[in-house]
Structure formats: C-alpha cells, structure tokens
Design a protein around this ligand. Structure first.
Ligand code: DP6
Length: 362
C-alpha cells in the first residue's frame, strides 16, 4: 500500500464517546534498524521476534468536542498517575499522524497506559506503547467504518506506530516481523511491518528470550540521537548493505532451522549495532562490564554444552538471551547459576516469542 491510501476518507459518522483498549507486545530485532531517513523511513530493512510477556496495555477514552480544537486535547496517565513527561512524545506522535487520523482534534482523549515490565528496567516501552496507542486509534476508525478489514487495520496500525517510533511498527502482529523495503519480499515496505512470508522451521516457534537487566538506568543516548549518528558515519553504507545480506542468509536459516548459522547472524548484528555506536562521532559505549561478562559466559557455556544459546542486544546494556524450547531446561539453569549474578539486583524477565497485540474490553 502507498502512503496516500492510509488517508481517511470523508463521510463517516464518528461516535460521540466511548473507550477502546489494546495490549501490544514489545519486540526484539534480530537484524537491527539503525539509521533512518526523514519521515521515519528506515535506512535498511530489519526483522524481529515479537515478544509475549513484555507488553504495554493502553486504554483510550474519547469524548467528542463541541467544535474541532486547534490543539490536541488529552490527559495521560501512566500506571494510574498523570505523566507530564510523556506529553511531548504524544504531541509529536499526534502531529505526525494527524494527516491520516483527522478526527484527532475533534475529541478529548483520556489515555491510560501501563507496562508489564518495571518502568525503570531500561527496557524501551516506546515500541509497545506506540503500537498500543495506534491500535486504539484504529479501533475508533473501525467504529466509524465497520467495513474496514483486519488486514487494512493491522497495516495502518503498523504504519501509524512507525511514525511514533520506528521499531513500534513491528509490534502489531507476531511472531516474526519484517519491516523495510527488501527486494526478495515483494510485499515488504518502508512504511509498515509485515509477517515474514517465507517458511520458518518449527524450532523457531517457541523461542525463548530471557532478558537480563544489567543496567536499569536511563540510556546515555536516545535512539533518535543514535539513528542520527548514522548520517555521515564512515561505515554506514557497508552496514546498510550488511543488513540486506543478513536477511538473505536468514531465509535459508529459517527454512532449514539452522541454529548455528542463526547464532552467527544474530550475534554479529548485535555487536555491529554497538560497533556503529562506538565508531560514530560523538561515540558511545552502551555496554557495561557485566554485559561483556555475560557475553563471554554465553560463549563459554555454548562451547561446553553444545547448546544453541545466543545473545542479542538493543541500544543499551541489557542482554537478551535467546534459546530454543528444546534446550530451555539446561540453558535456564545456566542463566540462574552463572548469569543472574551480573544483573542489577538480580533482575531478569522471562519472555518468549509471541503472537501479537490483543484487543481488550474498553
Ligand atoms: C536498537 O525504534 O527506538 O532497538 O524510530 O527513533 O523511535 P525511533 O527508534 P527506535 O530504534 C530501535 C533501535 C534498536 C534496533 C531495532 O529495534 O531494530
């Protein structure tokens, strides 16, 4: 679909008031999105596992205004309390999507949102948060136009979520989502995420992700600043090409269930992401000593145990430990015995691949 197809048509009767709610999951990229063009267009395609336990629940109560206002009118509550800090992010999001959601200024909204994971866990909530809010808005669109099909709604939710936070467009559906124009997948788009269309071996079906919370503080570089550092980065073009190559290689890996190759690609992507940050100007080191300790221990254990445990990282110090269902007992024991000691206050989150967002009773 093209951008203009997401612009709402006139002539529908919008409800006066109501409430809608969604729970949207977080996701973890296997091939990373790092670097973007204007309007939230990714510099390279990416692919992610949708998660299950890490999620944001958002309800959106709406009340029609007597006349369309000049500004966006909303109150925002995070975990039951008013949250001023989120206001600028929501306003930026609304400004970016207004063209596609023209009813925004016709309502007063009450946004109530909460995360399943602790607020100060260093886990980005923007992906699940923006996805949940986008889905709520689409539910209002659907109330006005009940003929809208599921596929369109999901695609547009992903399209809107992307305008809030790029990776959020991969948080609508499960379980493996590809975002960004990529030649071998004709339906792929820079504008929204789609379900990975090729065959995926059953070994990836119940994949585990245990998230080790190494550092729960605020990140020293926001992802927006981080993406900007890819402009004029000396290795940018090679990196963008590498993402395409890694997606090429993953096709066979997913098809055949080749875990050894999967590990090589996923760990290389994680380390490349951090290498990009370390070699940009200004540069950042977001790994902590405990991040490296965990990585070394995973490598040693993998060699010794012949399991297929591996890691990936987001733009921070936490480590996502990935492993197949068939090895969960052995790997989880190793995590408890050797890795939990390197987590802040021993905290970690047990997650696994999930199946996408769910609508809740408003
Ligand atoms: C390292 O989606 O948070 O997690 O579009 O500026 O909101 P914005 O960036 P964001 O970037 C995510 C970067 C990443 C890799 C990934 O999820 O692909």
């Amino acid at each position: 679909m093209t951008e203009s197809e997401f612009i709402l048509k006139d002539g529908f009767e919008y409800p006066n008031e109501g409430k809608v709610a969604w729970k949207a999951p977080s996701n973890i990229a296997l091939v990373k999105y790092w670097g973007k063009k204007p309007n939230q267009i990714p510099a390279n395609p990416s692919i992610s596992f949708t998660l299950n336990a890490c999620a944001t629940t958002t309800s959106l109560a709406f009340q029609k205004l007597d006349k369309k206002s000049d500004t966006f009118s909303f109150d925002l509550f995070f975990e039951g309390k008013p949250k001023e800090d989120f206001t600028p992010k929501i306003i930026t999001f609304f400004e970016r999507i207004e063209r596609y959601v023209p009813f925004l200024k016709g309502y007063h909204f009450i946004i109530e949102t909460s995360n399943s994971f602790p607020h100060s866990s260093g886990i980005a909530s923007s992906a699940s948060g923006m996805a949940a809010l986008a889905l709520c808005l689409l539910s209002i669109e659907k109330l006005a136009n009940p003929t809208l099909g599921e596929d369109y709604l999901k695609m547009k939710a992903s399209f809107l979520a992307r305008l809030g936070s790029g990776s959020a467009c991969r948080s609508i559906e499960g379980d493996l989502i590809q975002w960004g124009a990529y030649e071998p997948i004709s339906k792929s788009s820079d504008l929204y995420g789609i379900r990975y269309p090729f065959r995926v071996d059953s070994v990836f079906k119940n994949y585990h992700d245990t998230i080790l919370l190494v550092h729960k503080g605020q990140k020293t570089v926001s992802s927006t600043v981080g993406h900007d550092l890819m402009h004029d980065h000396p290795f940018a073009q090679q990196r963008f090409q590498q993402a395409h190559h890694n997606l090429d290689k993953l096709k066979e890996v997913f098809e055949k269930g080749n875990l050894n190759e999967f590990i090589k690609i996923v760990e290389s992507e994680a380390l490349t992401l951090h290498a990009m940050m370390m070699t940009s100007l200004p540069n950042f080191v977001l790994m902590k000593p405990n991040t490296l300790e965990i990585i070394n221990r995973i490598w040693a254990f993998r060699k010794k145990s012949k399991t297929h445990v591996c890691f990936t990282l987001d733009a921070g110090a936490n480590v996502h430990v990935l492993y197949p269902e068939s090895e969960k007992k052995e790997v989880f024991q190793f995590i408890q015995d050797e890795l939990v000691a390197f987590c802040e206050n021993g905290h970690y989150i047990c997650d696994r691949i999930g199946h996408g967002a769910k609508q809740l009773k408003g």
